[in-house]
Design a protein around this ligand. Structure first.
Ligand code: FA5
Length: 335
């Protein structure tokens, strides 16, 4: 029986199997216990001899059970350690990380350039009234220039701003000169979309107001921006153009040396006296001093989409806003 019991103990490959073998031999109704119970029928001499043998068997089986139990526990521990081991040399799981939109990065880049020139960056509302989007910018309702920018009208008579120039008015209305601001933001136009026109796009506006500001200051600011964005050989070109809120007005282009071509970027000019007058009217209505009449200033507005398209070779403006990750992740950059 000893041989058979030892085999069963050594062959038990789980703690549960071992427990049932132990019960089978050493339990209250087990085989070894049953043998002890037979001792009563023997003579005292036989009982002593037989009793000693059975106790020895019991001790051997208990020791073997304990040993097997230790083995099984050790093996289970090792298996667990092995399965939970961390191999620090394995490559990590690549978690998908977001990134800044390519237009956001251009707007940050432009804002950084002008911040370093002492400009403040301000943002403004996209739902605007006619006064700030048109009237105060020298575009009264009868003015043909109103048709230059097709407009999304809201049911309450407000508009989705057609340009960031609304912030010229909003800022001057509540701040005194001298001032230097830039305005990155979204604008909206009710027009058919094509490769270079979207109904929602971005603009980047600049406004400087003080005493004795001239066209040379405007040119200097645009040239500084050009060099910071397109390298030290960048040059600026101005061509006469018409915007109701500036006089004189000019479109500007920057020489992109690397590509040996001019980049038409936007419009600019000297702030029209009618704009200063309208701002003073708005200030007066708020109980603030008339302070802009007689001041001088320049303003510009450009399209960052165009910069991004040319710089990164993006052929269609609609890619920027179609939320196609195959396009956007190519320009993710660092966070
Ligand atoms: C304006 O919006 C003026 N507010 C700019 C300005 C500011 C002039 C200050 C003078 C002083 P314009 O409509 O040309 O001007 O638009 C400016 C730039 O926005 C354009 O050069 C172009 O780059 C971009 N743009 C205009 N319409 C669209 C469009 N539908 N889709 C994408 N970009 C556009």
């Amino acid at each position: 029986m000893q041989e058979e019991a030892l085999n069963a103990i050594r062959g038990a490959d789980t703690l549960e199997a071992l427990q049932s073998v132990k019960t089978q031999y050493l339990g209250k109704n087990g085989l070894v216990t049953a043998q002890l119970k037979t001792l009563g029928t023997l003579t005292p001499d036989e009982r002593r001899e037989r009793g000693a043998a059975i106790n020895l068997l019991k001790q051997i089986l208990e020791a073997a059970t304990q040993a097997r139990e230790n083995e099984l526990r050790q093996a289970a521990l090792e298996a667990r350690l092995a399965s939970e081991a961390i191999d620090v040399t394995l490559p990590g799981l690549a978690l998908p990380a977001g990134g800044l939109h390519v237009i956001t990065r251009i707007l940050y880049e432009l804002s950084d350039i002008f911040t370093s020139l002492g400009y403040a960056v301000v943002e403004g509302q996209e739902v605007e009234d006619e006064t700030h989007n048109f009237d105060a910018l020298n575009m009264p309702a009868w003015h043909p220039a109103r048709d230059l920018q097709d407009t999304f009208w809201l049911e309450n008579g407000q508009v989705l701003r057609t340009h960031t120039s609304n912030m010229q008015i909003r800022y001057m209305e509540t701040h005194e000169p001298p001032l230097k601001i830039v305005v990155p933001g979204r604008v909206y136009r009710y027009e058919a979309t094509d490769a270079t026109h979207e109904s929602m796009f971005h603009q980047f506006e600049g406004l400087v107001v003080g005493e004795g500001i001239t066209m040379a200051d405007l040119k200097g600011a645009i040239a500084e921006m050009g060099r910071a964005m397109f390298g030290k050989n960048a040059r600026v070109r101005f061509q006469p153009s018409y915007y109701p809120f500036v006089e004189p007005g000019a479109d500007f282009a920057i020489w992109w040396d690397q590509e040996q071509r001019w980049l038409e970027l936007g419009g600019s000019g000297m702030v029209h006296p009618n704009v200063f007058r309208a701002v003073d009217d708005l200030r007066e209505a708020r109980g603030l001093t008339r302070i802009y009449e007689g001041k001088t200033g320049f303003a510009f507005g450009l399209g960052p989409n165009r910069i991004a398209m040319l710089r990164y070779g993006i052929p269609d403006i609609r890619y920027f806003y179609a939320n196609d990750l195959r396009v956007l992740t190519q320009f993710r950059g660092d966070l």
